[in-house]
Design a protein around this ligand. Sequence first.
Ligand SMILES: C[S@@+](CC[C@H](N)C(=O)[O-])C[C@H]1O[C@@H](n2cnc3c(N)ncnc32)[C@H](O)[C@@H]1O
Ligand code: SF4
Length: 455
Amino acid sequence: MLKEQTRTQLLAKYDVPAPRYTSYPTVPYWSENPTSEQWIAALQKTFADNPQTAWSLYIHIPFCESLCTFCGCNTFITQNHDNERTYTKAIHQEWGSYVAQVPQLKTAPIRQIHLGGGTPTFFSGKSLKRLLEPIMAMVNIDPAKFEGSIEVGPRVTDRDHLEALRELGFQRISMGVQDFNPEVQHLINRIQPYKMTRDLTLLAREVGFESVNYDLIYGLPAQTLESFRETAVTTTSLRPDRIALYSFAFVPWIKKAHRLFTEDDLPKGADKRALYEIARELFLEAGYMELGLDHFALPDDNLYQAYEQGELHRNFMGYTDMRTDILLGLGVSAISEAPTCFHQNEKLISTYKKRALAGEIPTLRGHLLDEEDQRQREQILQFMTQQHVALAGPAQAEDVRDYLAELLHDGLVTIDGTELAMTERGRPFLRNAAMALDLRLRRNKPDTRVFSQSV
Ligand SMILES: C[S@@+](CC[C@H](N)C(=O)[O-])C[C@H]1O[C@@H](n2cnc3c(N)ncnc32)[C@H](O)[C@@H]1O
Ligand code: SF4
């Protein structure tokens, strides 16, 4: 029998490029691009099948005043705040094009509006109202079932923003924190003193936000076990309701600013994972529950309750507590989903604006899901949110058993009949195991670097 491998060896062995599975198929495997007309037809069909289909709205605001060098988001760095007015005009025009062709968007229940970025609070409180009020006045909101959430940059967010958002009915706020350590902050070009995060958290509570999330990242330059322990202790002392503890996705072939770091500057393998583990231990001790790949929530937060009820969902924004059949994304690079179609808007802001203002749906690309895609999407979604999934039958169980032979051997997953499950020891390797369900990736392995490392 093989000697049992140490955790360090396992982390080195399975540290391979792997998707994060915020969609299936993953974006590099999108094919059969829908035209704008096909995308509209997918929305129309969903509402024709059920005029009361619940839906969610995502609005992407790409602007940031300065670039954090670790950032992997779709951003546009500028200090020119005239953008607030011109970008709002483009979003309103895009929204107008949708309602003209899919009028059910006005009558079907909207469950969620999420503002993401970039930094949505690049906009002033007034501009956020100017953006949202005309849209919110046209849609069917049941305040008892509505969730409004926003990603804010603490360095540019003040009381005016929070009050405006509360007046719009927003209850959830997510703050980028990343790391409290000044040296790490210096290296990632993001000076955000502790006091700034603390004051904004207190203010969010004072004006009535129900849930505060912090984003942290492990695997950044200069992070040590000691420094990251401090970051985790400081985090628990401020008691956000949710914590996202992301693995630094280092993608220098996509993001130029990542080239400021070399592999040698960054913790990796077991050293990187140890940063996660140390924070995890402190969060669990402080009463947080661990969910999915990288989230923690207090037991009375909706995200944890959704997890308990098997309703945790995962989409392009990460883990959420609500699933709707339609997610409509407005704004540059925004991604939308319907049961049979993914759709992404133009990624270049000038092209996006030009097309939206011309009354076009600014389609860049997307994917029409066939039956196999739809089945695999459900399996991967269940696996990424619950860490176990019922396979389609003995043939798939056999196939997955073959593909995951090493992980089975190393005690990281189990297959019991047709039930695939991660073991506790296998937790860090969820992305590796999910690849067994990713038929498109398995049929056509990428020969260039596409995905970040799994650890
Ligand atoms: C749109 S930003 C959050 C809001 C705001 N812009 C801020 O930074 O405060 C979304 C989150 O994505 C995460 N993120 C960005 N780039 C990342 C990367 N390369 N790897 C892992 N997480 C990343 C960060 O934790 C960040 O807070
Ligand atoms: S982390 Fe946030 S503030 Fe920094 S560049 Fe990315 S989106 Fe902008």
